[in-house]
Design a protein around this ligand. Sequence first.
Ligand code: FE2
Ligand code: FE2
Ligand code: FE2
Ligand code: FE2
Length: 430
Amino acid sequence: MKFNPLKEKGLPLEKQLRTWHDIAHRKYNKTKVDCYTRTRQILMNGIEVEAWNFKHNFARNTDDVETLEFLARTKRIEDAQQTTINWLAPCDQSVLETTLGYEQVAVDLTAWMAQNEPDDYVKETFDFGLLEDFDHLYRYAQWAYMVHGIEPDCIVQGQTDVILGRPTQNHHNCNVIRLRKPYDKSKASPQTKVNILTLVAGEQQTHNYYGEHGFEYGSELLRETYAEIKDVEEEHVTMYESLIDPTESWYEKLLLHEFTEVCTYHNCYEDEQDEMLKPIWEEFLAIELEHLKISAELFKKHEGRDPEEVIGDSVVHPCHFESQKKYVAKVLDEEIDKRLGTDKDYLYVKELPADWASYNVQETVGEDGSPSEVTIRVINEQKNHDIVSASDEMIESIPDMMKKATQKRGMTFDTFTPDEYEQMVRDDED
Ligand SMILES: [Fe+2]
Ligand SMILES: [Fe+2]
Ligand SMILES: [Fe+2]
Ligand SMILES: [Fe+2]
């Protein structure tokens, strides 16, 4: 049945205040929770952080009293939702375990969106970013083993492959060429708008999480690995947010933020099997329906337009989680050697011009080496092989893929080479 959020009944604003107990008491069991319940929890935390942050920015840019009062009331509600969701993570879930969860979100969410994205250029951008987070998952999996002794499947539960992707050292770009072409707000579908906003929120929170927690381990090399990957997440925020039409007004953006919250909660509610989380998604959906209704009224009043022009007349589903191994393997096979072009396009390694803007960045940040490369050296020292979770066929294809992905310039002196990788796999078989 069609779910038109503008016609559904929400929870009145005066009923949205909750008690401290209700806000903070729930937490899941890290060994029993389904991995996709955890990914929903991680993603929805990012959605609420963005909702709260956006409203503060809007409030600093308007003098309309009615708007300021709506923002003041609901910022606090968004904030309490964020507390409930983020604090569902139990205190015995380590930073690295949570980190594996963040990268699983990025991989499986982006893969789902890419296959449901009507705009080909946006889809191409999703596929491009996907392979980078896929490699982050692999690098962090080495650390989760070295520090906590856990296999990545303790977190990803066999739903997401863990193996080398486009190498992290090649994710560092000139941030100017990270900028992509924005969609046209008058032509883009609500699915495209919601997909992008959802992904921006997720990437931004991933960046923030690494920034807030990457220093909490004693290892110098792990600290530098977090710094290296955090910087890539910064690039991801820059890349995905640049897909948004910059001429959308504040009221249009407000409408899209509330609509994205409605769509993501609706999606979570429909998919959730966990008895503790399902009622949370249901209640928060009701909260967001009311936010959306009031935002739609403000939009009509200030823009004189019909909200349906922006968000359509039904929810879209941006965040369905299921195993995407087949799709990701295909993108990896076809695009490991893809790079950002200088014309907001994409190029393959062999097509890169001698003056490619990212070479300079890569050579500068990688002058002392790449922590994510040394990570493989260290795990190989310790165990004679890296930590992976993938089919034998995929593992055997990695050295050839690495050769294909190797750039002429911009590789650090401590790069773990395709030959060394091949040797490591062979040694392990002996
Ligand atoms: Fe919210
Ligand atoms: Fe990532
Ligand atoms: Fe990312
Ligand atoms: Fe909201």
